[in-house]
Ligand binder design. Structure first.
Ligand code: OOG
Ligand code: MG
Length: 261
């Protein structure tokens, strides 16, 4: 049976799960050949398929960059994935549960790059010089695996559970910001469900950006000027229900409020 598996098949299964809103067991349980490299190859095929379907790549995201996320998912190393225009939720536009499987939300610090960033050898300081603006972010993740249960190659192939994201309208210059100390409060229906500061993300979100540039370079890719970079959930991700109002509020980056229906 395992002879039937290919990276194309992995990508197609995950795309079907996304469009049919069905979850499934880990692919690594069925195909031990899905290692980390095959996972990234499958992610690449999945993104090519989305592009052929009319999606435009708008940037990259990091996943599992904070201890809160790593602990929740039982995986202790960060990963990268690709974000497209069809994932963008404009502020105020609801998260529609009918379009998703079992969405969770997480606050993120978001960069928009003014310059192309290409590894290897990128440090947090050089990474920060490529950043044009910093924004509040809210990511909606929606694993195509049952109960969000996956090994690293599974989640890499699944484009790191990507589904939707909101970039806050407030655009803040990186100069004079201390992103390690930038605080965030996640509220559902006004009740605080989690809090964290930017230091939760690899010590500083710029470290996550550098990590992405260097990891992509190892696969022959760079982060283009104009890219949106989601630096990774800074708190644990939380489930949402019909009628909820989700709010992420940051010290300097502003607030995003999104209804759920
Ligand atoms: C994987 C996606 C991780 C993040 O910010 O950590 C991610 C998952 O938790 O399902 O987007
Ligand atoms: Mg995320």
């Amino acid at each position: 049976m395992t002879a039937d598996w290919t990276i194309e098949k992995v990508a197609d299964i995950l795309l079907d799960a996304e469009s049919n809103r069905t979850d499934r067991g880990r692919i690594t349980d069925e195909w031990p050949g899905l290692d980390l490299k095959a996972g990234y190859d499958a992610q690449k095929v999945l993104i090519e398929r989305k592009k052929a379907d009319g999606h435009t790549v708008v940037g990259v995201k990091l996943g599992l960059t904070s201890r809160a996320k790593q602990k929740r998912m039982g995986i202790d190393s960060p990963l990268t994935a690709v974000i497209t225009d069809k994932m963008v939720l404009e502020a105020g536009v609801p998260i529609v549960l009918d379009q998703l499987i079992h969405p969770r939300v997480e606050p993120e610090i978001v960069f928009v790059l003014g310059e192309r960033l290409e590894g290897p050898g990128v440090t947090a300081a050089t990474a920060m010089r490529a950043v044009a603006s910093v924004h509040a972010g809210l990511e909606v993740i929606d694993s195509r695996y049952r109960d969000f249960s996956f090994a690293m190659p599974d989640v890499v192939a699944d484009n790191a559970s990507s589904a939707r994201f909101v970039v806050g309208a407030k655009s803040v210059s990186p100069d004079g910001l201390d992103l390690a100390l930038e605080a965030c409060v996640l509220r559902i229906n006004g009740a605080v469900v989690d809090t964290a500061t930017g230091a939760a993300v690899q010590g500083h979100p710029a470290e996550a950006l550098a990590l992405a540039a260097n990891a992509l370079a190892a696969r022959g890719e760079a982060i283009e000027a104009g890219s949106i970079v989601l630096t990774g959930g800074i708190t644990d991700a939380v489930f949402i229900s019909d009628g909820d109002e989700v709010s992420v509020e940051f010290t300097s980056l502003g607030q995003i409020v999104v209804p759920v229906r």
